[in-house]
Design a protein around this ligand. Structure first.
Ligand code: PLP
Length: 440
């Protein structure tokens, strides 16, 4: 049964846990966005998650629109995944020698994305992008890398440079502890700007190992590539002998069976050289991957000179969870995600309009986000015009009413196969009051 409405300050068990956490964990959390800094208030400490719902330490239940930031595409604790994980765990936790499920997971990925002939499994999206970058540098013998402002590729030193707005600029580190030398090899460009890319390659093309891009960015809110942008990336990188890395950690197996590539590709100008995956392919466990053609992947150790490794890579429990999750992603699941996401987005748009709150809803498959700003939003500078105070009010009103949105205005909202009519009703019923709160 739906929980009683919750006031933000009325979460005594979470507040006590947060205070305890802050004594032994920096900021009380193990990943910064969980701390509610941009919306204020106390993060809810979760005790269990099932289907479309999270239950917190105060015993309150929330419709979950975070989905662990992407992995929980089938909903929490899906019976098939739970069975696979339990069976796998009963056969051992980690072997340190190869096992068949690693092949099966690789086959599952390779079967879906045509340009990917081989993958190497890792344990996080960060490792995937870090390794793809090293591989691109090893293949080309070049050092520089282009990334786009507002794209997040994990906390890789060289990719934490996102500073540049406007014209092409050499990256300044966004984080203390990233040496200028690591960021100096990173060129940050505005997203969706073909001219800026052409100018960067004209100036520096022979030193650029790769362009890395989110296949369809979801980390500045959802900002899909404008028509022709991905084609241009491919054309320009190829003309200068640089590789194109498509980061599908968030979009992979979510936007479609074959991720964003399945929606927008194949491209006339050719496929990206390397892909990175994570989130959905681990089903909530630490499994991620990077891949490409067999010729490119042959540069990796043990066959080639680019070193890359991992104690837990291809972990048997994680690969079992990933396989069960990917196998559960049927066509019906994808159409359910689309319908569900549109129901929520349409209702939100209607209520925000009624309340007079400027907004724009943007899509990448069933991934969407609501910018509280006039759109369209095509790059990070525009995304930053979204109103954070209005989003915080909207967020807290939804939370009070039992709906857990991402605690940041710059994130995608994630639905799952488990978001049924009851969960949707709860979201839709909460929206009018949240829209009013955002208008104040
Ligand atoms: N790449 C993209 C596009 C992501 O969205 C993320 C995480 O949000 C990452 C890479 C990093 O993945 P992880 O958090 O598993 O290290």
């Amino acid at each position: 049964a739906p929980a009683a409405p919750l006031h933000p300050s009325d979460a005594p068990a979470s507040e006590a846990l947060f205070a305890r956490a802050r004594r032994v964990v920096p900021g009380g959390v193990n990943s910064p966005v969980r701390a509610f800094r941009s919306v204020g208030g106390t993060p809810r400490f979760v005790t269990s998650a099932r289907g479309a719902y999270l239950t917190d330490a105060d015993g309150r239940e929330y419709v979950d629109l975070i989905g662990s930031w992407g992995p929980m595409i089938l909903g929490h604790t899906h019976p098939d995944v739970l069975r696979a994980v339990t069976e796998a765990a009963g056969r051992g936790f980690s072997y340190g020698t190869p096992s068949e499920n690693e092949i099966a997971l690789a086959e599952e990925i390779v079967a879906r994305i045509e340009p990917v002939e081989q993958v190497r499994l890792v344990s996080s999206g960060t490792e995937a992008t870090m390794s793809a970058l090293r591989l691109a540098r090893g293949i080309t013998g070049r050092s520089r890398v282009v990334k786009f402002a507002g794209c997040y590729h994990g906390h890789v030193d060289a990719l934490l440079a996102a500073a540049g707005s406007g014209v092409a600029t050499f990256g300044l580190p966004d984080s203390a502890g990233v040496p200028q030398s690591a960021a100096a090899e990173t060129i940050v460009l505005p997203y969706n700007d073909i001219e800026a890319l052409e100018a960067a390659f004209a100036a520096d093309g022979e030193h650029i190992a790769a362009v890395i891009t989110e296949a369809a960015p979801g980390n500045m809110g959802v900002v899909p590539p404008l028509p022709g942008f991905t084609e241009a990336l491919r054309r320009i990188t190829r003309a200068h002998g640089a590789l194109l890395i498509s980061d599908e950690v968030m979009t992979g197996f979510r936007c479609s069976r074959a991720g964003w590539y399945g929606l927008e590709g194949p491209y006339d100008s050719g496929a990206p050289d390397l892909f990175t995956f994570g989130k959905v392919m681990g089903g909530g466990f630490p499994a991620a991957a990077f891949g490409g053609s067999a010729a490119h992947m042959a540069y990796l150790a043990p066959d080639g000179p680019v070193y890359q490794a991992g104690t837990l890579s291809g972990n048997p429990v994680a690969t079992a969870a990933g396989l069960a999750t990917l196998r559960g992603c049927t066509d019906d699941v994808y159409s359910h995600l689309t319908t569900t996401a549109h129901t929520i987005a349409d209702a939100a748009a209607a209520e925000l309009t009624k309340a007079g709150v400027p907004h724009t809803i943007q899509w990448a498959g069933s991934m969407f986000s609501i910018f509280l700003t006039e759109g369209p939003v095509t790059n990070y500078d525009q995304a930053k015009t979204t109103s954070s105070p209005a989003y915080a009010a909207f967020f807290h009103s939804m939370l009070d009413q039992g709906v857990h949105l991402p605690p940041s205005a710059y994130e995608a909202w994630f639905v799952s196969a488990a978001h049924d009519d009851a969960a949707l009703d709860r979201v839709v019923e909460a929206l009018p009051e949240a829209a009013r709160a955002a208008s104040e």
